[in-house]
Design a protein around this ligand. Structure first.
Ligand code: BTX
Length: 325
């Protein structure tokens, strides 16, 4: 018997005590085995009240990452239905690529409690200590390659929506897909296409969220903040993952149905620096102009003295005139 069979039973009777005898009868196992499994669940962080006469009652699922809990929470068609959590990985994007090559399905998720070689865009380092949400989703969308870049925009809006719903926190998006709170980075997104096809077959969407740790853990990175610091409490990582997956599936489905306009306006409503004078850096080249938004094709629009310039994600960085973001 898996300890999760007991959980199923306790979850189906919220707030109720279920006797050890009833559990053992219903699941056809010994009382000793029930006791052992309950002990294991408690070690995993499940708050289970035990009463000698009444039996067991599930009071609370754990805040710490738990695959079973996320799978139960998530209300999606396919995202997060296949999900694995590892204690430590080099990078969840690397692991998801491997899984995708081995036949991983659309919406399959891999999460690591910590990463020892997490990556940002252009091979930059992404620090991923314990307490964060480091997650990659395999996406096999029905989209052309040109439209695939919009997936990272979709992911930014999905995360912002999730954070707003769960914590009533207004987060800004810095082109193309960093999430900022008061100018401090709290999350990043890394979209990587697997293989080279005309029609995108697979994209790995890596999502990193500074959640339950102190930003001191990020060493020399002084431009970061964590949800725990902003909110003053530790967030439920399972709820956060499940809610992001729900919004993400909605956004991806909308893109597949060619409904980019809503996403574009949602993205722009959250964009940092919109309408302001900014600098766009492409390698050593610097472009100055007013940040006008994103185009129908998902490119950054900059109005310069020479006219309108368009930039695709991946090649440029955006800076305020003073260099503050
Ligand atoms: P980015 O290239 O926009 O940002 C990388 C830069 O952000 C780094 O050069 C560093 O200055 C800064 N930085 C590094 N770690 C952090 C952090 N924890 N918080 C704030 N700033 C930081 C952003 O790339 C994309 C990040 C995606 C991360 C996810 S985690 C799950 C998946 N696996 C993986 O290896 N990457 C993705």
């Amino acid at each position: 018997m898996a300890s999760h069979d007991i959980l199923q039973l306790l979850v189906s009777l919220p707030g109720e005590f279920v006797s050890g005898e009833r559990i053992s009868q219903q699941l056809n196992v010994t009382r000793a085995s029930v006791w052992k499994q309950i002990k294991q669940l408690k070690e995993e962080g499940f708050d289970i009240e035990a009463h000698t006469k009444k039996g067991y009652c599930l009071r609370k699922t754990p805040n710490s990452l738990n695959a079973w809990v996320i799978e139960q929470m998530v209300e999606t068609k396919s995202f997060g239905h296949v999900l694995s959590i590892e204690d430590k990985l080099k990078s969840t994007n690397a692991k998801a690529r491997e899984l995708a090559r081995e036949g991983g399905i659309h919406g399959q998720v891999v999460i690591a409690k910590s990463q020892y070689a997490g990556r940002g865009r252009m091979q930059r380092e992404w620090q991923s200590p314990l307490g964060g949400l480091w997650m990659s989703v395999i996406i096999r969308p029905n989209l052309t390659l040109a439209n695939a870049s919009k997936l990272t925009l979709a992911a930014s809006v999905a995360i912002v929506d999730a954070i707003e719903e769960l914590y009533q926190l207004r987060v800004g998006i810095k082109w193309p897909n960093d999430l900022l709170y008061n100018g401090q980075k709290i999350a990043g997104i890394l979209g990587e296409v697997v293989g080279e096809w005309n029609r995108v077959q697979t994209l790995i969407l890596g999502i990193g969220i500074n959640a339950n740790f102190s930003s001191e853990k990020l060493g020399s990175i002084l431009t970061a903040a964590t949800l725990k610091e902003i909110l003053g409490y530790e967030v439920d990582l399972n709820r956060l993952a499940a809610t992001i997956l729900e919004y993400l599936e909605k956004q991806v489905t909308a893109l597949e149905e060619n409904l980019f306009e809503d996403l574009r306006s949602n993205w722009m409503a959250r964009a940092v620096g919109l309408g302001e004078e900014v600098r766009v850096l492409r390698g050593e080249e610097v472009f100055r102009g007013v940040f006008k938004g994103i185009s129908q094709d998902g490119e950054l629009l900059l109005s310069t003295e020479q006219g309108e310039e368009r930039f695709s994600a991946g090649e440029v960085r955006l800076r305020s005139k003073q260099g503050s973001y």
